[in-house]
Design a protein around this ligand. Structure first.
Ligand code: NDP
Length: 346
């Protein structure tokens, strides 16, 4: 309800800035957590530039790795919207590497939410907590009852961290009868609110500057950041939302198709986007020595259907257009000077 105070963790993130903007536009008060005063000031300026009434924005400092700050941040809030989590661009060899921060941090936030007696806990999880590590006998259709298998040999550190954090949150919230909802987006694209790109937009930026001339034969779901933010805002109040995991995705593109959408939006990049698909056997060989290639192996040639009907009926999610979302990211990156990092373009 308008006027209520929402604790938004990781408010400096790509997705969270859109959530904050929509919350402020809907009349909520927002208390956003950041890791430094500089990030807080940058957030305030970004949201003001986007037209939000930042008089209803408060900034709190807290780090997922530390206890300090979370209880004070949650005090007086009506709902918690927890987006903060590490999302590194490079994969670690240790698949458990991100768990202490993602799971430990999430448990700190749930604990603070319980102590503050908030009405609801909304968490940004991911489709990577849904569809990894299932056996070959699992049909290629994934819904909210599916959980990634963290025991799988080829699962990424990021997927393990999201799965473990989400599972831990459900356990703690259920034990305290705290109503909880998760939003599980696929790869998030769309416009940036400022030059701080985040990992998913950075991947598109790498395609724009020729850092990914050849790509594996993998495809993944894509969703517009504005639709992801809308789903979070709806999840704060939708009566039938608690207890549910909502997958949000607009459809799939291969990496080559993502490059084509980038080139169509920003023609000066057309010679830089990926134009070659690396043969599957080469990816499998490379995975033996290159950690980054390992995550691609189980995805080679794999088509997945992600069930988004519950998000459509309960949260009013409308799957947008994948190519347009990618194009908007590319245009935003260009407008925020990304191409100036590569003097050969232009
Ligand atoms: P960003 O990297 O832009 O945002 C991540 C946020 O988490 C930042 O605010 C970051 O703070 C914060 N954070 C990271 N580590 C810590 C920490 N130790 N303590 C406190 N805060 C921390 O990524 P996105 O906006 O893309 O991701 C937001 C959420 O959405 C994450 O939970 C991610 O897993 C999930 N998600 C993202 C998808 C995508 O394609 N983008 C797809 C599916 C899920 P700081 O700014 O200081 O680094």
């Amino acid at each position: 309800m308008a006027g209520e105070r929402i604790l938004l963790t990781g408010a400096s993130g790509f997705i969270a800035k859109h959530i904050a903007l929509q919350l402020l536009q809907a009349g909520y008060r927002v208390r956003g957590t950041v890791r430094s005063p500089q990030k807080g000031e940058a957030l305030r300026q970004t949201l003001a530039r986007a037209g939000a009434d930042v008089a209803r924005l408060e900034i709190a400092e807290a780090d997922l790795l530390r206890d300090e700050g979370w209880e004070a941040a949650a005090r007086g809030c009506d709902v918690v919207c927890h987006t903060a989590s590490p999302f590194p661009a490079r994969q670690s060899k240790d698949k458990w590497a991100l768990v202490p921060v993602a799971k430990g941090g999430t448990l700190r936030v749930v604990d603070a939410a319980i102590k503050a007696k908030v009405q609801r806990f909304v968490m940004t999880s991911s489709v990577v907590a849904v569809y990894y590590g299932h056996g070959a006998d699992h049909p290629p259709v994934y819904g909210e009852d599916d959980w990634s298998n963290v025991g799988a040999a080829d699962i990424s550190d990021y997927a393990v961290s999201k799965t473990e954090a989400e599972a831990a949150a459900w356990g703690a919230a259920d034990a305290a009868s705290l109503p909880m909802v998760t939003i599980n987006p696929s790869f998030v694209a769309g416009p940036l609110l400022d030059a701080d790109a985040g990992t998913s937009a950075t991947l598109i930026g790498m395609m724009m500057t020729g850092k990914l001339p050849a790509v594996p034969n993998v495809s993944f779901g894509i969703v517009d950041v504005r639709d992801v933010a809308k789903a979070h805002v709806a999840a704060l109040t939708a009566a039938e939302a608690p207890g549910r995991r909502f997958i949000v995705s607009a459809g799939s593109l291969t990496m080559i198709e993502i490059g084509q959408a980038v080139a169509a939006a920003v023609p000066e990049c057309r010679k830089r986007v990926p134009r070659f698909t690396v043969p599957d056997f080469v990816v499998r060989l490379a995975a033996k020595v290159v950690p980054e290639a390992r995550a691609a192996v189980p995805e080679l040639g794999r088509q997945k259907t992600l069930l988004t009907k519950p998000a459509e009926t309960i949260l009013g999610f409308t799957p947008g257009h994948t190519r347009e979302a990618v194009a908007e990211t590319a245009l935003s990156l260009r407008d925020h000077g990304w191409l100036r990092r590569d003097p050969q373009i232009g």
